[in-house]
Design a protein around this ligand. Structure first.
Ligand SMILES: Cc1cc2nc3c(=O)[nH]c(=O)nc-3n(C[C@H](O)[C@H](O)[C@H](O)COP(=O)(O)OP(=O)(O)OC[C@H]3O[C@@H](n4cnc5c(N)ncnc54)[C@H](O)[C@@H]3O)c2cc1C
Length: 454
């Protein structure tokens, strides 16, 4: 392959990470995004999720720091307070607090606009990368299975232009252009696997009179069949004494956007201190809602034919249930794989897709697998998925009294270790002992019966 010009479709986090990787392998890289990209950290239209909670799990944090050295320090200067992924966050599963333990894994609760802005600043500083915003990629030019150019449409001038390219990465997100382009070229588009979860995020920002977190950085209530309502509650980097909360509800049970309805949902959560912290607080950003019907994995690795020099990356391949916060890290792992194959000078789309499928498979087994524990979630429920969900639910019970187990769980959820770790005999033994101990210990944590009533 002649390595001169590369184009990245989309300047979301997958696109920016990809541009950073391609800048090593190509003479010039053009990143195209249809949004007008803001000159500061603020949500934007093309990334509807940018108004909602976004955290990097531990592995992602490591990769971002490797690709953009010093970024954690820069985020800190922007008001983001990092902490230990386990001991500095109050994690609730099934309405119960997990035993906090020092995990040694860093959590950076940067909001999505803050993280994206900082990464974009770094990428636009690269001498051979140009970001063309307010420009849509509308079509492909191809010869056989090679892409030779792209058609760009400038939204402000309403004019089209063609650019030549030697390599294209489609980072256009969940909508993913590639599957549609394949159909126009008489190629078989990928099979799609979905798990229908009917998830809703409703998020708002408040000014509070007292910091509700003390020496912690966040309170996170994971949704589960026992407690299908959850939240991410954390300090906002945008203003002193400001907090943000994303309320998460499964299978159509979504928090409303009107304030009374929103607060009612907060009040129904199994941790009453959250309602107490927000009751009477001043609203800074009114509630906004995003619905996420299903996790979706496009299985390009099984396509009979692929373009030689056009591959997707990030949500364009697989959009994972956002509650598990894996999407940006999985995109970063795919970008590293792209780097490895380009550096070895033996890039093949097939090899790349097989590697991506392995990366995604691990994350999918954690998040999509867990979602299938909801009897009403629609997806492929294998015998192993049923068994694993029973077992992980027992692990969460045992992790209420065993910080080694909560740490092990967060290492897997943080994509630092393989899901197989959770089934190691040492871990299984701790789960057995822990469930017995937890059964004997009357939990002092709030449960449904002591939610706030007015
Ligand atoms: C509510 C919610 C919360 C989430 N929370 C987390 C979290 O806590 N942690 C985590 O790791 N992940 C989280 N995710 C997932 C995460 O946002 C994505 O996985 C990650 O950002 C990678 O997205 P992407 O860059 O592939 O796509 P996107 O972020 O969707 O970006 C796609 C870009 O492509 C542009 N584009 C689209 N079509 C075209 C076109 N034809 N021409 C030009 N430009 C185009 C769009 O304008 C956009 O900028 C969350 C997702 C949601 C929905």
């Amino acid at each position: 392959m002649q390595r001169d010009h590369a184009v990245v479709v989309g300047a979301g986090l997958a696109g920016l990470l990809t541009a950073r990787i391609l800048s090593h392998h190509f003479t010039d890289v053009v990143v195209v995004d249809r949004d007008r990209l803001p000159g500061q950290a603020q949500p934007r239209q093309g990334v509807a999720q940018s108004r909602h909670a976004h955290g990097l799990v531990a592995r992602g944090q490591e990769i971002f720091e490797t690709l953009f050295p010093g970024i954690s320090g820069q985020l800190r200067q922007r008001g983001v307070v990092p902490g230990d992924f386990n001991s500095d966050i109050d994690w609730y599963f099934g309405g119960h607090l997990l035993a906090p333990g020092k995990s040694g894994l860093t959590s950076i609760p940067a909001t999505r606009p803050t993280l994206e802005f900082e990464v974009r600043r770094r990428v636009t500083d690269l001498p051979n990368v140009v970001v063309r915003d307010h420009t849509e990629v509308t079509a492909l030019r191809t010869r056989h299975r090679q892409v030779t150019g792209l058609e760009l449409y400038s939204l402000p001038t309403k004019t089209s232009q063609e650019i030549e390219t030697d390599f294209v990465v489609d980072c256009s997100g969940r909508g993913g252009r590639l599957a549609k382009w394949m159909a126009t070229q008489d190629m078989t588009p990928p099979d799609e696997e979905t798990v229908e979860i009917g998830l809703g995020y409703t998020s708002a920002r408040f000014a509070v009179s007292e910091d509700p977190f003390g020496d912690k950085i966040a309170t996170i209530l994971a949704n589960s069949p026992k407690e299908p309502r959850g939240c991410f509650f954390y300090r906002s980097p945008y203003g002193d004494n400001e907090v943000e909360i994303s309320l998460t509800g499964m299978l159509g049970d979504h928090a409303p956007t009107d304030l009374p309805g929103f607060m009612e949902f907060v009040r129904s959560l199994p941790v009453p201190s959250i309602y107490t912290a927000l009751r009477g607080a001043e609203v800074v950003d009114h509630p906004v809602k995003l619905t996420y019907p299903a996790s979706r994995w496009r299985h390009y690795e099984s396509c009979p034919e692929l373009f030689d020099n056009l591959v997707p990356l990030g949500d364009a391949i697989c959009s994972l249930d956002p509650i598990y916060a894996q999407g940006m890290t999985v995109a970063a792992l795919q970008a590293l794989e792209l780097d490895r194959l380009l550096a070895a000078k033996r890039f093949s789309a097939r090899t790349y897709h097989r590697a991506c499928a392995r990366i995604i498979g691990q994350a999918w087994s954690v998040s999509a697998g867990a979602d299938l524990a909801y009897p009403a979630a629609k997806g492929r429920r294998t015998v192993f998925v049923r068994f694993a969900n029973q077992y992980i639910s027992a692990l969460h019970v045992a992790a209420r009294v065993d910080p080694v187990l909560s740490n092990t769980f967060f290492q897997v959820a943080g994509l630092m270790r393989s899901p197989a770790t959770l089934f190691h005999p040492h871990v299984v033994a701790r789960v057995l002992v822990g469930t017995l101990r937890a059964g004997r210990t009357r939990s002092l944590e709030p449960t449904r019966s002591n939610r706030v009533h007015t």
